[in-house]
Design a protein. Structure first.
Length: 438
């Protein structure tokens, strides 16, 4: 059964995580400031709430960006969606100022959910967006899009129409092809960490393998070492060990909005090279706190002679098998010498990050109305709007899905969340004032 909402919205947002919340904050701050009639907006989220990385909120972990790079402060420090306003409302402003350093993941997750609750617009949870389909009028023009979503609880389908659509669904968890056939109770992506470990709670975990060398992998190794004191922890990385982020002040200006202008102005090959240079600031590395904690843990392990933490550096997994009793066998090879190895584990945690789709699968039906580049990716304006054919008046915004086009600061990082939302919102308002496609 499919439920149809015939009210045409000015904006339908697919995904009400950080990017969707930041866009809603920009919309509502504008409505509050102008006193105009509220924008007709609808926000769809597949989860039961807007919790931020709920399966990775580990004790002792923190965020990697400055807390003033929140949902609104870079756009308007007077906004009711800022982190300082959250602190003031919670009664923790002064205690927080004595802390110093970065915000814990636990508190930042609470802030994200608090901000989501401040949104007055219509938010529908349990709505996984399946497709965005063009609605063609009698004159052959596409003036609206129909968004089809599914309720994962009962499989029911729902549609809503919009003049503008923003895809804010985030990057997809990436699992190497070698490991995909084995995904399940014993082999799982880090994004499922806490519930997956809880599901294994009744079974003794004698050995756990963590594949990957990024911040998440490092935090998980430390978490496992604390939670499972009798287990053998195997860390598998392809290079010489956990590397630290590039923390230079100048190199981290790639997260400034004017750097996005610069990156957007580059040609294809130039952009790829610039993005490759910037990756060390956010990917496949750890922050100084985690690097220090990991090294201290390994040192203490050697000192006591327990040999519980096993750092398999310059190692790659070459084959995966499963034993009759449910254990996982990882066959490995040293990346330079080819020396083989074997890790037997009760659980394998895959920390291989996330990937950005060249073309979001939800837009498959819209392809005839999209202008694509030579790689099959949508041509995108500086305002994150996909360029469409002349017969299409619908605005399709890719919010947090164009790292390849706008640079590393325009993807999943909070650093430009507010600035990105501001850019999209300004373009959206201009289109609503001038409904003919730009």
């Amino acid at each position: 059964m499919t439920t149809h909402d015939t009210t045409v919205q000015d904006l339908v947002v697919a995904g009400f995580g950080p990017s969707g919340i930041a866009l809603a904050a920009a919309v509502e701050d504008h409505d509050d400031a102008t006193g105009a009639a509220p924008l007709a907006a609808r926000y769809l989220e597949k989860a039961a709430d807007s919790a931020w990385q709920p399966n990775l909120v580990l004790p002792g972990t923190d965020i990697q960006h400055h807390f003033l790079r929140d949902f609104a402060t870079p756009r308007d420090a007077r906004s009711r969606f800022t982190f300082p306003h959250y602190l003031q409302q919670s009664g923790r402003f002064y205690p927080f100022t004595l802390m110093g350093g970065y915000v814990s993941r636990l508190e930042w997750s609470d802030y994200v959910q608090w901000a989501a609750r401040q949104v007055r617009g219509a938010v529908d949870h349990h709505r996984e967006v399946l497709s965005v389909e063009p609605v063609t009028g009698a004159d052959g023009r596409v003036r609206t899009a129909r968004v089809l979503s599914r309720d994962p609880r009962d499989g029911s389908l729902h549609t809503v129409e919009g003049r503008n659509i923003a895809l804010a669904t985030g990057h997809e968890a990436y699992v190497p092809e070698l490991l995909r056939p084995h995904l399940g109770e014993r082999v799982f992506h880090a994004s499922k960490l806490l519930p997956a470990l809880a599901a294994l709670g009744e079974r003794p975990l004698r050995s756990i393998a963590v594949i990957g060398a990024g911040q998440t992998a490092g935090e998980i190794v430390l978490h496992l070492a604390a939670q499972y004191p009798d287990a053998q922890i195997h860390s598998v990385v392809r290079h010489a060990g956990f590397r630290m982020y590039e923390l230079g002040h100048f190199s981290n200006e790639v997260y400034f909005p004017d750097e996005t202008d610069y990156f957007y102005g580059l040609e294809g090959e130039q952009r790829e090279r610039a993005l490759d240079q910037a990756r060390a600031t956010n990917y496949a590395a750890v922050d100084p706190d985690v690097s220090t904690a990991l090294y201290q843990a390994v040192y203490q392990d050697r000192f006591t002679g327990r040999q519980r933490l096993h750092m398999h550096k310059r190692t790659e997994v070459t084959a995966v098998d499963e034993t009759p009793d449910g254990r996982v066998l990882l066959r490995t090879a040293e990346v330079f010498t080819g020396e083989s190895g074997l890790i037997e584990a009760d659980a394998v945690i895959v920390c291989t990050g996330y990937r950005e789709a060249a073309l979001p699968r939800q837009l498959a039906a819209f392809v005839p109305h999209l202008r694509l580049d030579a790689q099959g990716r949508p041509e995108v304006t500086r305002a994150y709007r996909a360029r469409t054919t002349d017969d299409c008046e619908v605005g399709i915004y890719l919010d947090g899905l164009t790292e390849w086009r706008h640079g590393i600061g325009s993807a999943t990082s909070f650093s430009q969340m507010a600035a990105k939302a501001d850019t999209i919102h300004r373009d959206l308002r201009a289109r609503l004032r001038r409904p003919v496609a730009a």
